[in-house]
Write a protein that binds this ligand. Structure first.
Ligand code: AMP
Length: 287
């Protein structure tokens, strides 16, 4: 980063529409590298890790906070989604090359929206795609529009949402947008629970119960050198069911195509979704 840019950027700013945000970015010149971190707010250290990396790798970072209605297939889930805007802004204000953009629905989806839905194939038929119909088309749409309006150099996503990461890569490939998509490792609490905004809706006992998720993923990783995949998955379901959560899916798929794998001869990912009370949690482990 050039010293001139550093000097100009020492004021943290919040924008409520893309026009003002773009004006602000333009001000710093065409050579500027822009990192984008799209979020739905209720920020935690998982989000902050993305922002930290983006802030190191770019001149300026835009963090968007937008609870995207199109990616919720269930209206009560949308309503229950935690919203902590003031704390979010406070958390981000310590970065001197970060700005926050909190757009309105009409900004993200304008009347003249030119997005035409991409084909997601298997990615939208299995795991999250199967259990949350409409979710990935909604994710691809919002990220496409954020990329087109903000025109970032690079965009940062968490591998905690591994299937989402694959969907975004596919969207970029099909739409020829010039954005470098970066994946960042999952940030966990000291016991291994993946950080998630949805954890804000868990009580202390449930946070403890939810550890069965990472315990099951680790159980699988440890057993795979002794048993076949199907056997391991069966044993893992028995192990999981000793805990208090309700399993939605547990499977091992190819980390790119998301097709089921029967032998571990390629890069694979084990994905899980489960309900802890009313709260739906997901996690994964690379194998
Ligand atoms: P969300 O606000 O849930 O849409 O998440 C915004 C971004 O943060 C997505 O790219 C997520 O994958 C990422 N993210 C969420 N939780 C974590 C985590 N525990 N570790 C790393 N990245 C995360």
């Amino acid at each position: 980063m050039s010293p001139i840019i550093t000097r100009k950027m020492d004021a943290f700013r919040t924008f409520y529409d893309f026009i003002q945000l773009k004006e602000h970015i333009k001000h710093f010149g065409a050579q500027l590298t822009v990192g984008l971190v799209p979020t739905m707010g209720a920020l935690h250290q998982g989000h902050i890790a993305l922002v930290e990396r983006a802030a190191i790798e770019n001149d300026i970072v835009v963090v968007t906070i937008f609870v995207n209605p199109k990616q919720f297939n269930n209206s009560s889930d949308l309503k229950k989604y935690p919203r902590t805007i003031e704390t979010d802004i406070a958390l981000l204000s310590r970065f001197n090359n970060v700005v926050v953009c909190i757009p309105e629905v009409n900004d993200v989806y304008p009347e003249n929206d030119s997005y035409s839905p991409i084909k997601l194939g298997v990615l939208d038929e299995v795991l999250e795609g199967r259990y949350r119909p409409g979710h990935f088309p909604g994710v691809a749409h919002v990220v496409h529009n954020l990329f087109s309006f903000i025109e970032p150099t690079s965009a940062y996503f968490g591998l905690k949402d591994y299937q989402q990461f694959a969907v975004i890569n596919e969207m970029v490939k099909q739409t020829n947008l010039e954005v470098k998509v970066e994946g960042c490792n999952t940030v966990r609490d000291k016991n291994g629970l993946a950080l998630s905004s949805r954890n804000f809706n868990l009580n202390e006992e449930q946070i403890n119960d939810a550890l069965i998720i990472i315990d099951t993923l680790r159980f699988i990783k440890n057993k795979l050198d002794q048993f076949e995949i199907d056997d391991v998955l069966e044993q893992a379901k028995v192990f999981f069911n000793k805990g208090k959560l309700t399993l939605e899916y547990l499977d091992i798929v190819d980390a790119q195509s998301f097709k089921r794998v029967t032998h571990l001869n390629q890069k694979s990912v084990c994905c899980i979704a489960a309900f802890c009370g009313e709260v739906r949690l997901i996690d994964n482990i690379l194998l």
